[in-house]
Design a protein around this ligand. Structure first.
Ligand code: HEM
Length: 123
């Protein structure tokens, strides 16, 4: 497997695991199961670190074109929204429904922008 396919496969695998643990967490309901919640958070953190390292490595080799900048920025915004909404959902307080809706919608946008960004980075 070449390095670019490997990057795609690792990113897809990380997203798959985050989704599985996210749906599991959701199904199990509140109060959230500590182990599932911790794995979900750690996988999300691992994905951020992995994707940031990939962007850093690629950016050392070449200047980004506008499509790459757009996908990278969109992915960063999605991840920020997911971390903030995820942290709010995990509080004991009741949150407005929009917070849960955001955490349910942003993952799909994050997948699209990440895979789109990787496709632009490694054509
Ligand atoms: C890459 C980042 C993340 C992705 C892609 C993601 C994805 C998901 C998905 C797909 C669900 C299931 C939603 C549903 O039932 O439709 C979920 C649930 C959840 N996630 Fe995340 N998540 C991310 C990061 C985080 C972080 C950083 C936290 C905590 C700080 C978090 C906390 C939660 C919580 C509390 C739920 C359960 C929500 C409920 O009650 O239904 N997530 N996540």
């Amino acid at each position: 497997m070449n390095p670019n396919s490997l990057r795609m496969a690792v990113s897809a695998g990380l997203f798959l695991c985050i989704f599985v643990f996210g749906f599991w967490l959701s199904r199990a309901g509140k109060p959230y199961n500590g182990i599932i919640f911790t794995i979900h958070k750690l996988l999300a953190l691992g994905a951020v670190i992995y994707l940031a390292a990939t962007v850093y490595q690629v950016q050392q080799l070449a200047t980004f074109n506008p499509a790459q900048v757009l996908c990278t920025a969109l992915t960063a915004v999605c991840f920020l929204a997911l971390f903030v909404s995820g942290a709010l959902l995990s509080l004991d307080k009741a949150m407005p429904p929009v917070v849960l809706r955001l955490h349910q919608a942003a993952p799909y946008l994050a997948v699209l922008s990440t895979l789109g960004g990787l496709a632009f980075l490694f054509p």
